[in-house]
Write a protein that binds this ligand. Structure first.
Ligand code: ASP
Length: 589
């Protein structure tokens, strides 16, 4: 037996027992002839002591220990003189009578303690060492815990976990596919799934009316910060359901997670907001509703005073930042530069200080008399002491989106975005389609398997752009603190309607048949009404852990360039492998 206890287990009640522990030497230090060793394993750290008067051989072994040596140590549990209340095992130490070095270690490239001196890149390269650190262990433990709660909850409701294939057919929608060449079918390729969407729908056709899977998905996107080319979803689908059934089932799941994992009660039922309201009031389809500072439209009230920028705008909107009337000129200049950054994209920023005494000071005083500014302030519901920030432009949603980004920034600066406060909600009633000016075609806002609301079907079959733009879907997103944690929809289950959808999306009958024939055919064999959703599992974990980056919640993540720097991948393959696959590389670039 290698050990009688783990390094996180012993307490004062164990005093007097002889125990054997095994683990890694986090740190060994000499103090007045004694050697103190912090021994670490997955469960915690326990202090070992080798007394100055211990047998010379033992003292010699202890002295020779280096960081990350793997040892087995036997000794007696003693109450500590100097207790450490920060450590669960801090009341005791082990008076060591024997040490067995199981394996040596070279000096690690960074200190493996809760606070490390290693930079991000170095820790990624030695991820297996980084994973020994407390914060990462805590993150992976939380991930395990959430997965367990999810399985428990869904199993309790009769959901079956069913695996779907990873080698599928390339049908890019939204993101690019990762493709895998087929050796046995030269010139042909599999694709890795962006999600199991079509397979879960085929499972519904097959009659497995409650499915889920905690599943890896792959998207070959240009990596934005905190995106991973492979990530995990809690993917779910149900048959014979309406939107209400899906929302009820999965807010129940989230409520259970909040309660069982975090001990947090969230409202029952959860609030809901239409996509239109979210865009109008928060400039985002994933609003952070932990604070107010809503967007107010000023298009009518702010025009007509001879100020060209506003008079020529199609949309004018503002947020009132509470208590910020005191902002100095310098602070406002900095904010103006901030909104002009490409990430926000505004051309400029208009401000109106609503002073505590009710007077105004603005960047547009030349054009607007105090009573004009008062009207604007009233329309924006600004109170004395607020700073009104105004943006305008020629496209309503674009300006709203900028105001939404500014709102989040100001919320952050005012400390209104506490990661320990949770404000989940559903966003519902998404438009079915989104027009893209550049390509002059519609795209599915969620995905092409989402059904129009039955009462909007008349517009769905119309050929007018305005009609198609009006069609809404029973599509929904689960949003938490400004993050989209999940989303789904009620699906099309009728072959003709699915064909119409492809037609609306500019996918001709032949292309539709080639790419999606399998699902259109399946719908001819008795497809039940169905719907579902998927949660971004990595992000659920990160937000539950109070972090905004998912990387710590994935055991072996990729870096921002999509590389695994630990195994050095992607990498070139041998000529013989290329030959087998009948692939010739174009090395001209
Ligand atoms: N497959 C969808 C996604 O990955 C989720 C869903 O509609 O169920 O976003």
């Amino acid at each position: 037996m290698y050990r009688t206890h783990t390094c996180g287990e012993l307490r004062i009640a164990n005093a007097g027992q002889t125990v054997t522990l095994a683990g890694w030497v986090q740190k060994a230090r000499k103090l007045g002839g004694m050697t103190f060793i912090d021994l670490r394993d997955r469960y915690g750290v326990t202090q070992l002591v080798v007394e100055a008067d211990a047998p010379a051989e033992l003292v010699g072994t202890a002295t020779a220990l280096g960081r990350e040596f793997v040892i087995q140590a036997t000794g007696e549990v003693l109450e500590r003189q100097a207790k450490n209340p920060k450590m669960p095992t801090g009341d005791i130490e082990i008076k060591v009578s024997a040490i067995n070095v199981l394996n040596k270690s070279v000096t690690p490239p960074f200190t493996i303690e809760d606070e490390s001196d290693g930079g991000e890149d170095l820790r990624m390269k030695f991820r297996y060492l980084d994973l020994r650190r407390g914060p990462l262990k805590k993150a992976l433990m939380l991930r395990h815990r959430i997965a367990h709660e999810v399985r428990n909850y869904l199993d309790g409701l009769g959901f079956m976990e069913i695996e779907t294939p990873y080698l599928i057919k390339s049908t890019p929608e939204g993101a690019r596919d990762f493709v895998v060449p087929s050796r046995m079918n030269p010139g042909q390729f599999y694709a890795l799934p962006q999600s199991p969407q079509t397979f879960k729908q085929l499972l519904m056709v097959a009659g497995y009316d409650r499915y889920f899977q905690i599943v890896r998905c792959f998207r070959d996107e240009d990596l934005r910060a905190d995106r991973q080319p492979e990530f995990t979803q809690i993917d779910c689908e149900m048959s014979f359901v309406e939107q209400e059934d899906v929302l009820g089932t999965f807010e129940g799941m989230m409520r259970t997670l909040f309660k069982n994992v975090l001990g947090v009660d969230v409202p029952n039922p959860l609030p809901r907001m239409s996509w239109y309201d979210a865009m109008d009031k928060y400039g985002s389809d994933k609003p952070d509703v932990r604070f107010g500072m809503e967007i107010h439209e000023l298009t009518d009230v702010a025009k007509g005073k001879g100020f060209g920028v506003l008079d020529g705008a199609a949309y004018i909107g503002a947020i009132a930042v509470p208590g910020a009337a005191e902002y100095t000129r310098k602070q406002i200049d900095e904010l103006t530069e901030w909104v002009k950054r490409p990430q926000v994209g505004a051309k400029g920023l208009i401000y109106i200080r609503v002073n505590a005494d009710g007077s105004f000071k603005s960047s547009i005083d030349k054009f607007y008399a105090p009573e004009d500014l008062a009207k604007i302030a009233a329309a924006a519901e600004a109170k004395p002491g607020d700073l009104l920030l105004v943006l305008s432009g020629d496209a309503k949603r674009k300006v709203q989106t900028m105001l939404g980004v500014l709102r989040l920034e100001m919320g952050g600066r005012l400390g209104l975005r506490d990661p320990k406060v949770f404000a989940p909600l559903w966003i519902v009633d998404f438009p079915l389609l989104e027009w893209d000016d550049e390509t002059q075609r519609f795209y599915a806002m969620h995905h092409p398997f989402t059904a129009p609301k039955p009462e909007h079907e008349k517009w769905f079959y119309s050929n007018k752009k305005e009609d198609l733009e009006r069609v809404c879907a029973n599509a929904y997103d689960f949003v938490l603190n400004g993050n989209e944690l999940g989303g789904g929809s009620i699906r099309i289950h009728n072959a003709d309607m699915q064909k119409r959808m492809f037609e609306v999306l500019g996918i001709g009958p032949e292309e539709a048949e080639y790419k999606f024939g399998f699902i259109i055919h399946a719908f001819q064999y008795g497809a039940p009404p169905h719907g579902g959703l998927a949660f971004g599992f990595d992000r659920v974990c990160a937000l539950f852990g109070g972090q905004d980056t998912i990387r710590d919640y994935i055991a072996f993540p990729k870096n921002n360039q999509g590389r695994d720097v630990m195994i050095d991948s992607p990498s070139e393959i041998d000529q013989s492998q290329l030959d087998e696959l009948k692939l010739i590389l174009d090395k001209s670039e």
